[in-house]
Design a protein around this ligand. Structure first.
Ligand code: NAP
Ligand code: HSE
Length: 430
């Protein structure tokens, strides 16, 4: 190693890892000129060493993680393996061993991030993870650095590209959920097991990371309410459009009256809302800060090139810190845990679709239940009869307590004329 080289250990050479390797090769001279030290990938860890890797010298492949951990030359490790195990052990041992760490692993950061940040701080090394949220969009740095003097009031985001792609197909082409999911799998957006994406778990991880930075607290996953899109129907997307809304899997964090509200759920947002135009697999994050006002970040939330771009930006930052002898670890969150408002205690406007028998008095019975639960109706639409004499009745409510709405749903289910509570979505962003 030349004196001005910084040796890097790369853990993972899949979609992101290969992109990182290639981008570092392509930009090596430019980065060196900019920061004064040269990034050199010295060792790469993969699961299956026997697989042919185009453009990768066999000699670069490590036999074990320990080979990288014990290599004194290696100052920086990049974790793009994914998952919790063994990635957590790799991350922990990297930091404990005094090496800087760049990672893209949202699952690990959302569940064990605080622990890793504490080790990084204790060992005085960098832990950077720009690529973990919204791929190529520089949202972590914006939140941590650019808004550090301001107060974030609310974050709203479309931070899962797979579900946004599925919802776009359902909206623009009227596809049913199952067909749109297949389409997403064919296009390489959704995995064979799409659970994390379609159940809102991936977006919840990302929201936990974003909110933790914005509100300087440790957000626990159990405090992020999440719902997915498996039960979303094209009818609801169509009725929403008639009412002036689009449906999106919306991730939202806000600080209301001293308590945080954190949720991921399919939601109606007005057609004119800045996030309404975000289509296909794109991501966007809308941040409202007390002084800066509304800021919108938009771009590719995944994919080899955008994600590698964010990882390499973190690598460049670490190189700069090594060159200047400083560290840029995120601050340890305050030991005090912020209060989080339970879903039951939150207020929202609701979209409700009931499938009911088309007979006299049904609407009155439903309206009575809503009235008794202190839920005021803003508008009602009834749609044409189905073959079996049932009709869809859609309600849009004014602000109401979630707890009351849940009680109303239970009562609806006891009415013989109500065949199905077909949908209950929240309306956001008016
Ligand atoms: P991937 O394509 O599945 O690649 C994973 C790599 O890690 C592979 O090279 C694999 O080795 C290696 N690996 C897996 N388990 C290992 C183990 N136990 N020990 C050593 N190596 C192991 O994953 P990816 O899409 O690149 O994602 C990597 C990380 O980036 C994840 O945390 C993901 O959430 C995050 N991320 C991905 C994207 C994206 O667009 N893909 C966007 C943002 C963030 P083999 O090659 O031998 O299988
Ligand atoms: N599965 C994620 C998405 C990409 O669909 O947005 C990686 O964060």
């Amino acid at each position: 190693m030349a004196q001005r080289d910084v040796a890097i250990g790369l853990l993972g050479l899949g979609t992101v890892g290969m992109g990182v390797y290639r981008l570092l090769q392509e930009r090596q001279e430019r980065i060196t000129a900019a920061v004064g030290v040269r990034p050199v990938v010295k060792k790469i860890l993969v699961r299956d060493r026997s697989r042919a890797r185009l453009g990768i010298d066999d000699g670069l492949l490590a036999n074990s993680f320990e080979e990288i951990a014990n290599d004194r030359d290696i100052q920086l490790v990049v974790e793009v393996v994914g998952g919790r195990d063994p990635a957590f052990r790799y991350a922990k041992e990297t930091l404990s061993g005094g090496k800087h760490l760049v990672m893209a692993n949202k699952e690990l950061l959302a569940t064990r991030g605080e622990e890793l940040l504490r080790i990084a701080r204790r060992r005085n090394v960098d832990l950077l993870f720009e690529a973990a949220v919204a791929g190529g969009i520089p949202i972590i740095r914006a939140m941590h650095e650019s808004l550090s003097g301001d107060k974030v009031q609310r974050i709203q985001g479309i931070i899962n590209g797979t579900t946004n792609y599925i919802i776009t197909r359902m909206t623009d082409e009227g596809q049913a959920y199952a067909r749109a999911l297949k389409d997403a799998q064919l296009h390489g957006y959704a995995e064979a097991d799409p659970t994390n994406d379609v159940d809102g778990i991936d977006a919840a991880y990302k929201l936990a990371i974003l909110a933790g930075i914005a509100y300087r607290t440790n957000v626990r996953m159990k405090d992020v309410h999440h719902e997915g899109i498996r039960n979303l129907h094209p009818e609801d997307i169509e009725y929403s459009r008639e009412l002036g809304y689009v449906v999106k899997l919306l991730a939202e964090a806000s600080d209301r009256d001293g308590a945080l509200e954190l949720s991921v759920a399919p939601s109606l947002i007005p057609l004119k809302h800045p996030l309404a135009a975000v289509k296909d697999a794109f991501n966007a994050v809308l941040v409202r800060a007390e002084w800066a006002g509304e800021l919108m970040f938009y771009g590719a939330g995944a994919g080899q090139r955008p994600t590698a771009s964010a990882v390499v930006a973190d690598i460049v930052k670490v190189l700069h810190h090594i060159q200047t002898g400083s560290v840029g670890t995120l601050p340890t969150p305050p030991s005090e845990q912020r209060a989080v408002r339970r879903l039951d205690e939150r207020e929202a406007r609701f979209y409700l679709r009931l499938r009911v028998a088309d007979e006299p008095g049904v609407l009155a019975a439903v309206a009575l239940i809503l009235a008794r639960e202190n839920i005021s109706v803003q508008c009602v639409i009834q749609k044409g009869r189905h073959a079996d004499d049932v009709v869809d009745v859609v309600f849009l409510t004014h602000e109401a307590l979630e707890r009351n709405m849940r009680r109303a749903l239970q009562k609806f289910r006891l009415l013989p004329a109500v065949r199905e509570v077909a949908a209950m979505l929240r309306v956001r962003g008016d």
